[in-house]
Design a binder for this molecule. Structure first.
Ligand code: URA
Length: 213
């Protein structure tokens, strides 16, 4: 029997030449590089200032983002907004996006429950994020959670041990990772949530300080 060679499909052929953010957003709207387009309501592309100094990268849109078509507008996004403000980073001057641009979910009763994107979906979607980085050229790239950290920094990066560290990377002058804001919302009690939130703000303050320095 002839060997079947599996070729990973990616969004690379869909990236327009000399892309701009509006051109990328338009092209991504009809992306079918992986099967998640069948499940999500729409592509949720990154948003923010074209010349943002800071790019924040999450995992994938959640239920609220899928319906709204905008990244980080649900509870995790609200936590992120307030934490950025406390850290002295203006969200209006930041660019927020995700590694995967469609919501991956599983049905549970009437609810749509977040499901982790797999390596095929992440690989397929990465050219969009690379193009966003190429256009925005942020000075600081902040991975929110392990999916973003492992996709952008590497599989060996452990957010629990290395959060807040700056790592050398060709992607931007300052590259770091911290926890995903959703993980703070999932804290088992108020005291843990307060402590985790304070650590998150402290990580973002390191970014603000490095940008100012
Ligand atoms: N979680 C993410 O990773 N991204 C969003 O846009 C919302 C929630």
């Amino acid at each position: 029997m002839a060997a079947v060679k599996r070729v990973l499909q990616t969004a690379a052929p869909l990236i327009p030449p000399a892309p701009t953010l509006p051109a990328l957003r338009k092209a991504a709207a009809s992306c079918k590089a992986c099967d998640l387009w069948k499940r999500g309501t729409q592509t949720v592309f990154g948003e923010g200032a074209r010349n943002a100094q800071v790019m924040l990268v999450g995992e994938q849109p959640g239920n609220d983002e899928d319906l709204a078509g905008h990244p980080f507008v649900g509870p995790a996004g609200k936590l992120l907004d307030r934490a950025l403000e406390e850290a002295g980073i203006d969200r209006g001057q930041a660019y927020v996006t995700n590694v995967v641009k469609h919501f991956k979910w599983e049905p549970r009763g009437k609810r749509r429950i977040h499901a982790k994107p797999d390596v095929v979906e992440i690989t397929a979607c990465l050219p969009w994020l690379q193009a966003e980085i190429d256009v925005v050229k942020p000075r600081a790239l902040v991975c929110l959670g392990s999916t973003a950290a492992q996709a952008l920094i590497g599989r060996k990066f452990k957010v629990t041990q290395q959060r807040g560290e700056f790592v050398p990377s060709p992607l931007a002058p300052l590259v770091t990772a911290t926890v995903h804001p959703s993980s703070i919302l999932r804290a088992p009690d108020d005291e843990t949530r307060r402590a985790e939130r304070a650590r998150f703000v402290a990580d973002l303050k390191k970014v603000a300080k490095a940008l100012a320095g």
